[in-house]
Each structure stands twice: as C-alpha cells, then as structure tokens.
Ligand binder design. Structure first.
Ligand code: ASP
Ligand code: MG
Length: 406
C-alpha cells in the first residue's frame, strides 16, 4: 500500500471554493495510486467563527485564565468542525471519507493540556480503513490520553499530527499544504527577491523554524526525521512543486547545488529583552547557577547565554520580562535591561568549517551600522542580537551578502 499523508492548514479549508481545491489534490493523489490520509486544521484564521483563536476567545470571555484542560476541550472543536466539513466535501465528490478525531486515529498523548506530547501512535484503525479504500479525514492538533481525556498538541500542532501519522504508517511522503508555494529564503514581506527553496534538510528547517520562520512546526520535522519520511511544503492554490524537506546527506535525493550552498535562509525573532546581571566576583560559579535556577524555577526559558567572570548575559521573551525582573531584583542582583531587541539568524547546513562565514555575517551588519549586542553560532547557524529598529535592514543585508536570491 502506498500511503501519503496530506495535511491542509487553516487557510486551505476556509471556504467551499478552497475545499474544492483540496478535494482535487486528494483525488489526484488517489489517481496516482496513493492511499491518502487527510489531516485538517481548524477553518480560517482569527475572526473566522471556528478558528482556534476565536474559540480561545470564547472561552476567555468566561474567565481570562481559564484552565488548560478546559481550553483544550474548546480548541478541540475547531478541528472537529473542519474535519466533518471536509469529510462531507469528499463524500459529495464520491469518495468514501471517514472523519476521525486524533484519538480515533490512535494518537495517545501525555496529559500536558494545550501542549501535549505524543507518546504513541497506533495506526491499526487507519490501516484497516485504507485497506477498504476509504479516505480517513483526521482532526489535526488532537490527541487523547490513556484515560480518554482530550488534549491538543500545542499551537500549529496539525503539522505534528501529519508527521506522526506519516511515521506510524511508514508513508511514502507527508504533504503540508499551505497558502504559499514553499519555504522561502527569507520573509518576503521584508526581502522582495526572496526565493522558494526546492529542497532543504530536516536540520535546516528545524533551525529556521526555531529561529522564527513560520514554515512548519519543528516538532513535525523532528518526528519525520526519525523515520526519514520526506515532507513537502506546498500550496493548495497552485501546482508549484513546493519545498522538499529531506535528509540531503542522502546522495540520491538531491542535486549537488543544494549541498554546496553555504547558507539556506535568513530569519528573525522579535520581542526579545536582553538582561545583564552583575555578579560579585567572590561569589564564584554558584552565583551564576542561582540566576539560571531562578529563571528555570519560574518556567522562563533563556537564550543567547554568556557567562563571564563577574557578569552573566542572556535574553528572554519580552512577555516574561516583568516576572523575571521582579524575581531577580528580589534576590538583590544588580541588573541592566535592554528592551526592544531582535535576533537575526543565517541558517545553512553548508557553513560548517567554511572560513569567512562569520566575517561575511559581521560585515553585512556593520556596514549598515547595526549594533551587534550579542552573538551565538553553531555548525549550521549564526545569530546576532540587534536593536529591533534594525531588524529589517539586517535581514535584507544578510540575504544579499549570502547571495540567497541567486
Ligand atoms: N488549529 C491549531 C492552531 O491554530 C492547529 C494548527 O492549525 O496546526 O494552532
Ligand atoms: Mg500551521
């Protein structure tokens, strides 16, 4: 059996006209000899009656801090409605479609409501439906605990559902349908000559996603990677081939040009606050441990960490800044805070051990007089913290410096 998982995001299921396009993508896969498993997100974006954000808003009219378990029960409804409507659309076109919840499809999670982790995916029911030539239409983003509680997988989690089903079914590929033609070298709202990538590695796309690109949920990529299932990000609205996400070290999958490129994309994250904590030299390493422990105990994740004798520097999301500062000040630390920062990153699996990459990165920023507040790098990425007001110039300049539109 040739299984393909086809996941359609919110904008791809938002109206009868687009659902018709979705139906054709599914029919085409069947014509090509595949057994499709369809995964859908809730319909539309914020403001649409059954979009996830709208449903959260409804729950919060009762109580702003409504418990995560209750929030999951209402968020669950968005994908239920969407999957029913999509199953109906396919039935109207003569397909034997069957709507399934995440639990029906065998997705078992922990009980971490609103951000549950998949513990197991049992594809027995899906396999039996596929054998009968039925088309399962699965609610994305959902799971069920061993105690039959409904859970959701974290915002954007329909991608995760698709990857998990793809892995459990050993699918030939997982298609992620969206409203753009593929993954781009940069945000096209900033860089007007940003390009669609033909191919990208699992590792690179994870880095791009973690560093701010809204392309695909990184957890989905991590799951697909474990079983080497190819993911394709493509548009519901065109016939463009999309971006293939795979293990590009595998020689037979791609051309040499992909492996040769130094950089793959430029991305950015905003809403960042930099914190510097002065430490008493005599206090030694234990003092720096106490600072990070304070953050950890408050559930605040830290990034761009530099530990020096007498000083620690790190960044946090601005939404947590007030809480972090209260805690640190209460413990008597001397603190310096820099608000309105952004992190720009160049990602590329090919930059490992290539001399001059850092020089190019720094040159692209300094020639535009952009202050570099902190940097961090890995084998496959370089990032700098810059003032928020410079983020667009930084992205454009890095995109050009690394010849990403060529
Ligand atoms: N509907 C969910 C969300 O908006 C899941 C998804 O779209 O992937 O986060
Ligand atoms: Mg999404």
């Amino acid at each position: 059996m040739r299984v393909i998982v086809q996941k359609f995001g919110g904008t791809s299921v938002a109206s009868p006209e687009v659902r018709e396009l979705v139906m054709r993508k599914i029919a085409k896969a069947r014509d090509q000899g595949f057994n499709p498993v369809v995964v859908v997100s809730a319909m539309g974006r914020q403001g649409a009656p059954y979009a996830t954000d709208t449903l959260i808003g409804v729950a919060r009219t009762a109580y702003k801090n409504i418990a995560a378990r209750e929030l999951d029960q209402i968020m669950y409804c968005g994908e239920m409605i969407s999957a029913v409507v999509m199953a109906g659309t396919l039935q109207a076109a003569g397909m034997d479609a069957v709507m399934l919840t995440g639990g029906h499809a065998g997705i078992i999670t922990d009980a971490n409501f609103t951000d549950a982790r998949i513990l197991k995916c049992d594809p027995t029911r899906l396999i039996s439906l596929l054998k009968q030539r039925k088309v399962p239409v699965v609610c994305g983003f959902q799971g069920m605990t061993a105690e039959n509680e409904f859970t959701t997988l974290g915002r954007g989690g329909s991608d995760t559902t698709a990857a998990a089903l793809g892995a459990a079914l050993n699918a030939e590929m997982v298609e992620i349908y969206t409203d753009v033609d593929g993954i781009m070298t940069a945000d096209p709202r900033i860089v007007n000559n940003a390009k669609i990538l033909d191919c990208i590695s699992y590792g690179e796309v994870c880095q791009l996603a973690h560093q701010g690109a809204k392309v695909i949920h990184p957890r989905a990529v991590e799951i697909a990677m474990q079983k080497n299932i190819p993911l394709i990000v493509k548009s519901t609205f065109s016939d463009a081939p999309g971006t293939l996400i795979t293990n590009i070290a595998k020689e037979d999958t791609v051309g040499a040009d992909v492996i040769d490129r130094v950089a793959t994309g430029v991305t950015y994250l905003t809403n960042i606050v930099q914190i510097k904590v002065q430490l008493d030299d005599a206090a030694g390493n234990d003092a720096s441990f106490q600072v990070f422990k304070t953050m950890a105990d408050s559930g605040i994740s830290v990034d761009l960490i530099n530990v020096h004798p007498g000083q620690i520097m790190f960044t946090i999301n601005a939404d947590h800044a007030e809480r972090a500062l209260v805690k640190l000040k209460r413990q008597g630390y001397e603190i310096e805070v820099l608000e309105n920062c952004a992190k720009v990153s160049v990602v590329g699996g090919g930059m490992r051990e290539v001399p001059g990459v850092m020089a190019s990165f720094i040159e692209a920023l300094t020639k535009n007089r952009i202050a570099i507040l902190q940097t961090v790098d890995s084998h496959t990425s370089i990032s700098a913290l810059v003032p928020h007001s410079d983020v667009e110039t930084a992205v454009k300049s890095l995109h050009e410096k690394f010849s990403l539109s060529n």
